[in-house]
Design a binder for this molecule. Sequence first.
Ligand code: CTP
Length: 474
Amino acid sequence: MDIACSKEELKLFERIGDAAQKMDVQCYLIGGFVRDKLLGRPTKDVDIVCTGDGIALAHNVAKTFVQPPQVNFFKNFGTAQFRLNGLDVEFVGARKESYTSDSRKPQVEPGTIEDDQLRRDFTINALAISLNKEDYGKLIDPFDGTKDLEAKIIRTPLGPDVTFSDDPLRMMRAVRFATQLGFEITEDVFEAIKRNKGRIKIVSQERITDELNKIMAAAKPSVGLDLLFRCGLLKEFFPQFTDLSGVEIIEGKGHKDNFYHTLQVIDNTAAKSNDLWLRWAALLHDIAKPATKRYEDGHGWTFHGHEVVGERMVPKIFKQLKLPQNEHMKYVAKLVLLHLRPISLTKEDITDSAMRRLLFDAGDELEDLMILCESDITSKNKVKVKRYLENFEIVKERLKAVEESDKIRNWQPPISGDEIMQLFNLTPSREVGVLKTAVREAILDGIIQNNYDAAYALLVEKAKELNLTPIAKL
Ligand code: CTP
């Protein structure tokens, strides 16, 4: 089989073949490595299957190096792994697997290479290449995986109901590979996903989300998200997202389908940035539209406050999907909250102070917010989109100009909360907050200058209203 391998990879394969021969077992390259090499995609994960003890083979291969790599192994699963020059090399014994209906944990017994291939998820992942002396390099392809690679098809080696009930995560994987590789899922496989979608419940949310994130990281995430929606899987674990779908019509007025609008926004964002969390912000920007939807007589459809309700939904959704509860979550929540702000600045008569406020509120996230907001401009009306985008460019220019003159991003007011406490002999209290806000607002509104003396004078004024007197000027 002709596949492009580095010298190092070829040397490693020879060592594996030799070690297996000494143990009198057969060994093969298998799975994603073979698939990706045949597709010409870069890959660093080498999977080896042998007709015997995979852990022993890994140890025997490792021993042949002057500086043997450390072998990690999992006795229960019969797998072993080591890292070598950036390659992740995994060994497993060929096996027959059968699964009980209420668990993902397989019952495993030794098998032949064909048994092993038959139990793999897709024909394109069941390709093996021999590393044995007698037929080194021979492609073993009992299910026409190479044909499917050429035809760009996702198909299962067994009947799809068996493959998916063996391991329901594979339904997510089918969609993920279709998205990453630009392949089609065959109709009978897609129908089987529809039938078996409820079985996804036995898979841990972490593993489902892992696949979802791979879909989100693809060049065009909408492909996978739409497939997940149409087969019914998405509703199983993320009903808030599918709630966005559909159009309601009252008095002849409809609103847009917010699910498909969101998919468009995700793709637009993905075209401009690889940042996974910015893409999540795109996914969640309108998540509260169903909860805030109203039909107002004479006015039409409104979604007032969806950005505020959406911000509050973010932590719940992150928890439900087992996404990290850390600064990434805060970042997504912040962008959801602010996603309407830049576009509101495209109206006429916008003051510098409104620009300053956005710079202050967005801080380091300004560029990402602008990408999200620009991506949110979707309409079938090309003229409208063009006009919005032109106005948006003007906002960008003005933001740049205000930032250059005022340096308001990540700005700290000239008098801090601690200083206010010292000045008025206060303990942490409501008054400190009132005074601090007064200074910040006055500077952002351009009422006073951005310096200590101006801020001090304003504080003294404001303090009088609160019956406070300064004890000292710092
Ligand atoms: N596999 C499977 N069923 C699964 C997971 C994996 O049959 N639920 C098999 C497939 O043959 C797959 C191989 O195990 O090719 C390795 O799995 P994995 O490393 O998860 O995926 P890859 O196919 O290598 O793809 P990627 O690295 O993109 O995840």
